[in-house]
Ligand binder design. Structure first.
Ligand code: NAD
Ligand code: ZN
Ligand code: ZN
Length: 346
């Protein structure tokens, strides 16, 4: 079968490899679609110390069950399934508390938990071997369009779920960046909260998507954006800010607009930072602000995302590329030409 391999720093290659052998608890998934995440571009920047060279990329996949291992009883050939983005143990303290995106066994204090495509072989291939417990059935959803739910849906859902106490009707939520993750985050906010939504991006075509998806206000990501948000909130600021870029200018923006006791969720991996002062210094964040560096989401988040999609309240905007056109897809994403998500179809 064909599989897209990260062979060395900055180099991906389509290779012919054997179809994986199954253990008793495994399922062979015939991949229908694999979403291309901006993190896949970040992975290409990793240096020689990166531990996962030689593995198949792609952490957002959905498809059909092709074959099941001898112990798998609840899945049968033809079932449409979504592959969880985090392969947690299911048994450690974090997992049983419902914090499986911080699984103690599969991750470490500084390393993220096991993630297919950024660790074990991922979904940019014709087939993928997945332990049955990392699959959720998606019923009638089209597995090509559903693939991005695994990350572009689940990651914003997790960030939003952790901020729900601030997302009361009458609150203001700011979504910074309306790309793959942001366009789903915006829909989740719209469908599940009473917050007024302000969407910010530096690309007009992304702001047009935000308007279509029901943002209450869209703003260009420039030097006037912070003041505009403050003007809209009587100077008090936004109750929740979701930064799906994480570069210095967007982190600065988040700090300048967050309200007292507000939440900031830093999801984008752009390397931005801010000064945090324990004390009375007014350059620190306002009193009570809660900042979180948010990683992926839980299985509970995944079930919620699937449910919203099945209710027609969460739709992935996407374009497809045949797997062999991966270079084009990576280049288009890098140059901001992808509206919503690019999906590789094997
Ligand atoms: P994407 O390429 O689909 O979207 C990026 C968006 O950011 C685009 O709409 C672009 O116009 C916009 N943008 C770029 N610079 C901007 C700026 N200065 N101000 C406002 N908007 C700006 O990317 P994506 O796949 O949605 O991923 C977004 C980020 O989230 C990436 O850094 C990715 O690695 C990260 N990510 C993190 C997690 C996690 O678990 N923390 C999970 C998935 C993705
Ligand atoms: Zn991702
Ligand atoms: Zn665990």
């Amino acid at each position: 079968m064909r599989a897209l391999k990260l062979v060395s720093a900055g180099k991906i290659e389509l290779q012919d490899v054997p179809i994986p052998e199954l253990g008793p608890e495994d399922v062979l998934v015939k991949v229908a679609g694999a979403g291309l995440c901006h993190s896949d571009l970040h992975i290409l920047q990793m240096d020689e110390t990166w531990p996962f060279f030689g593995n198949t990329v792609g952490h957002e996949a959905a498809g059909y069950v092709e074959k099941v291992g001898s112990d798998v009883t609840d899945l049968t050939k033809g079932d449409a399934v979504l592959v969880s983005v985090i392969w947690a143990c299911g048994r450690c303290r974090a997992c049983v508390e419902g914090r499986d995106n911080a699984c103690e066994v599969a991750g470490s204090r500084t390393m993220f938990p096991t993630t297919p495509g950024i660790g074990p072989d991922g979904g940019m291939a014709e087939y993928m071997k997945v332990n049955a417990r990392h699959l959720d059935k998606i019923g009638d959803l089209d597995p090509i369009a559903a693939a991005p739910l695994a990350d572009a849906g689940v990651t914003p859902m997790h960030a939003i779920n952790s901020a729900r106490s601030r997302l009361t009707p009458g609150s203001t939520a700011v979504v910074i960046a309306v790309g793959g993750l942001g366009h789903m985050g915006l829909q989740i906010l719209k469908a599940t909260t009473g917050a007024r939504i302000i969407a910010i991006d530096n690309d007009e075509s992304k702001l047009a998507i935000a308007r279509e998806l029901g943002a209450d206000l869209v703003l260009k990501s420039d030097s006037s954006a912070a003041q505009r948000v403050l003007d809209e909130t009587n100077g008090y600021g936004a109750d929740a800010v979701f930064d799906f870029v994480g570069v210095e200018p967007t982190v600065d923006l988040a700090i300048q607009i967050v309200a007292p006791e507000g939440v900031i969720r830093l999801v984008g991996l752009g390397g931005g930072s801010f000064p945090f002062v324990a004390g009375t210094d007014a350059s620190s964040v306002p009193w009570g602000v809660n900042v979180q560096r948010s990683y992926g989401g839980t299985r509970a988040d995944q079930l919620q995302v699937i449910a919203l999609a099945q209710q027609g309240k969460l739709t992935v905007e996407y374009l497809t590329y045949p797997l062999e056109k991966f270079e084009q897809a990576f280049a288009d994403l890098e140059h901001g030409k992808v509206a919503g998500r690019a999906i590789l179809v094997p």
